[in-house]
Structure formats: structure tokens, C-alpha cells
Design a binder for this molecule. Structure first.
Ligand SMILES: [Zn+2]
Length: 413
């Protein structure tokens, strides 16, 4: 993504410009106080504690460098690759017209403006195929994917509309002025590393401040204001960033985000692919893609969208895919793979990637034909709960088996 994504709000645009300068200022003052005043001038020149000073300085600059590396990687990722869902190019002008209309309605305080943009009723709606070509995807009760009325397109799994960016963002977490924008799937690992190293950096600063304070006290020297200031500042920033680091690590281990946490009390509806030969069940509804029939009117939700009109070409028959519409219980997380796999899906496969901001999270790769984000064992449990058959490996890889199944069904009728 070459285009930069700026916030639509003037206040956040200003925060994004000012906060990094503020951080640089705080770091400059902290480094002057810790390195020059406390370590070099006091502990080394006056107290001749070369060993203690060396240990402090090594740790101080180690965590300083790691923190800055993670910070810069987070900052530039957030600016240049914030994980926004691309817009379908052919609809750009239509969308711009809709956006203008929406803004005008907003100015007129039209509370109904969201109703202006119902899901695209067209059975061949652009972008739909990207969903039903996978084996499992998040859907609404009628089996169609979620729709973003602002972006005027279907919402990929785990993406949410950011009013700050005016776009849908994959695995959106939160808008963070400290790192200049939206923390999402592309930056969550780097952001976590930044918070972690910032916590350690504050801990070293606190140790230098507290040790100097204690030495002053022991030798009856007058209390040093710099030591006191460093203790207070590192406690405040350290508590904040350590809290953020621990929360982020917890979210990674249970495979969730701040946005997902807010939605946890709700259920998730999944379209789970089943063999075409599966007999109807009263336990769940099914949907068959590609959708057929005349465009459905909005409000006809809940009705069986799969209605055949006219003869189907054999090519269409081959491409048919049937999905059971299954609902999780509240608080169930279908993406939970278990702590270690959750961790690796965000932090990477090896120890070096966990510690250094080298590579984007493996979960940013959406090329798998099974699903957008890997689903956990809950999907298998859902199949059992609803009595939905598993897809055999051969029908997963192609359509041959399903055609055979249908042929044998016809033969037995
Ligand atoms: Zn959107």
C-alpha cells in the first residue's frame, strides 16, 4: 500500500504530529538526567563506582535501542501499511458519490443516513467470491458476509470500520496517538515489543534514579532533584507501558483484540462449508454460492436466499459451494488456536522474531483457501454440536467428489 492513511479528525492529525516530538523530548531529557547527571557526573566521577555505572549504561542503551527500533517500526507501519481493506477500484467513483451524499445527510443531521446503504442485493456482488471460495467465513444470519455501509463493500473476517481512517481495518485494535495511528494486524507485534521494551527501559531508569537517591541519602548529600524526577517519571511511564505490554501479551495468547473483546458477549455466525450432498436439517440453515435469482430486496433477510431461477450452466454447477450457517455461543472465540499457536500467529515462528521487530505477523497472510484467519478447534466442535458433516479432504481440494456424489444420488433416485 503506497498511499498514506491519515485520520479524518483534525485533533488526531495534530496528536499524531505532536506526540512523537513529545516522546523525543522526554527521551532527550531522560537521557541527559540518567546518563550525564546521575551515571557519569555523580556515580562515576564523584563516587568512583565504575562497575555499577557500566552495568547501568549497558542496560540503559540496550533497552533504549530495542525500544526505538520497535517504536520506529510501529510508527512507519502504522503510517504506511495500517492493514486497511482495499477498496474495489471499479467502484471508486460510485463510492465517492455515495460518500458525498452521506456527508450532506450528516450535515443535515439525518439520523437515518446509515439506512441509505444496505448490503448489495446483487447475487453477483463484486467481492463475494473471495468469501465463498474459502471453507469458513464470518457471515450474517442469512449466510452473506458482513457489509460495511461506509466502505460500500463486504467486510473480511475480523475487520472493523475505523471512523478515524474512514476505512475497514483488518484485526483492528485501537487508535494510538503514541505511535501515530491505527494499531492493527500489521503492527500489533511491533507495538507489543515497543511497550515491552519501554517498560524495561523505565525499569532501568528507575533503578538508576533509586540507586543514586539512596547513595545521596547514605552519604548525607543534599537530595538531587534529577534523581527524584527520574523516579517519578519512570514510575508513571513504566506503569503505563508495562500495563499495555501485559494486556497485549494476554490478548496475543488468547487470540483477541481490543475490538474483539468489546464484542465478546455477542455470538459469531460462521458459514461453514459442507458437502453438496448434505441432506437438509432443521438444526441449521444453509446457503449455496454463487447466489442465484433476482437481486433480493433489503429486508428479505432470513428467507432462504438460495432460489434457482432458470437453467444453470454446468460450469456454475461445478463451482457450487454449500455452507451451513452456524452460530457460536457468546464468549466463544473461533480463532483461538491454543496459547502457543496464537502467540506464533502474531509474534512469528522463532525466538528472534519475538524479540526484534523484523517481520510482519504470519496472521497477515490471507492466502489460505481454508479461511482468512486460521480457525481453531471450535469450528470442529460446532460441526459436531450442529451435526454438520466434515468436509472430506478430496472434496476440499476439488469438486470431483461432489459431482460423483451427485451422480450417485441421481442414480439411486
Ligand atoms: Zn468500512
Amino acid at each position: 500500500m503506497s498511499r498514506r492513511h491519515h485520520s479524518s479528525r483534525a485533533s488526531t492529525r495534530w496528536a499524531v504530529r505532536i506526540v512523537p516530538l513529545f516522546i523525543l523530548g522526554v527521551l532527550a531529557v531522560a537521557t541527559y538526567a540518567v546518563v550525564d547527571r546521575l551515571c557519569v557526573n555523580y556515580l562515576y566521577r564523584k563516587k568512583h563506582q565504575a562497575g555499577v555505572v557500566t552495568a547501568f549504561l549497558v542496560l540503559y542503551f540496550l533497552f533504549f535501542l530495542l525500544m526505538m527500533a520497535a517504536y520506529l517500526r510501529t510508527f512507519f507501519t502504522v503510517q504506511l501499511k495500517p492493514g486497511v481493506v482495499p477498496l474495489a477500484p471499479e467502484e471508486q467513483t460510485e463510492r465517492e458519490a455515495a460518500e458525498k451524499l452521506r456527508k450532506r445527510h450528516k450535515r443535515n443531521r439525518d439520523v437515518e443516513d446509515r439506512a441509505l446503504a444496505p448490503p448489495d442485493p446483487n447475487p453477483d456482488s463484486p467481492g463475494l467470491e473471495a468469501f465463498y471460495s474459502k471453507d469458513v467465513f464470518v457471515c450474517e444470519a442469512d449466510g452473506r458476509p458482513k457489509w460495511c455501509s461506509e466502505c460500500q463493500q463486504w467486510k473480511p473476517d475480523r475487520s472493523h470500520h475505523s471512523s478515524d481512517l474512514g476505512r475497514c481495518v483488518r484485526k483492528m485494535d485501537h487508535f494510538c496517538p503514541w505511535v501515530g495511528g491505527m494499531v492493527s494486524e500489521t503492527s500489533f507485534n511491533f507495538f507489543t515489543q515497543f511497550c515491552f521494551y519501554c517498560g524495561l527501559f523505565c525499569a532501568v531508569s528507575l533503578a538508576v534514579g533509586a540507586y543514586s537517591f539512596q547513595q545521596h541519602h547514605k552519604d548525607g548529600d543534599p537530595i538531587d532533584g534529577w534523581a527524584l524526577a527520574i523516579i517519578v517519571l519512570s514510575c508513571i511511564f513504566g506503569a503505563f507501558t508495562t500495563g499495555m505490554a501485559l494486556t497485549s501479551i494476554r490478548y496475543i495468547l488468547i487470540n483477541t483484540t481490543n475490538v474483539d473483546m468489546l464484542k465478546r458477549p455477542q455470538t459469531t455466525t460462521l458459514a461453514v462449508r459442507i458437502p453438496l450432498s448434505t441432506p437438509p436439517s432443521d438444526k441449521y440453515n444453509v446457503i449455496v454460492y454463487p447466489l442465484r435469482g433476482p437481486p433480493r430486496r433489503p429486508g428479505s433477510e432470513g428467507q432462504q436466499p438460495h432460489t434457482h431461477h432458470g437453467p444453470m450452466s454446468s460450469r456454475d454447477q461445478q463451482a457450487e459451494r454449500k455452507f451451513a450457517i452456524l452460530r457460536t455461543k457468546p464468549r466463544e472465540n473461533p480463532w483461538d488456536l491454543g496459547a502457543m499457536k496464537n502467540w506464533k500467529s502474531v509474534m512469528g515462528d522463532n525466538f528472534l522474531e519475538w524479540l526484534l521487530p523484523i517481520r510482519h505477523s504470519p496472521c497477515c497472510n490471507h492466502e489460505s483457501m481454508e479461511s482468512d484467519y486460521r480457525f481453531g478447534p471450535l469450528v470442529s466442535r460446532l460441526r459436531k454440536r450442529y451435526g454438520v458433516p466434515e468436509l472430506s479432504t478430496s472434496s476440499r481440494s476439488g469438486h470431483g467428489v461432489e459431482l460423483q456424489e451427485r451422480a450417485s444420488r441421481r442414480a439411486s433416485q
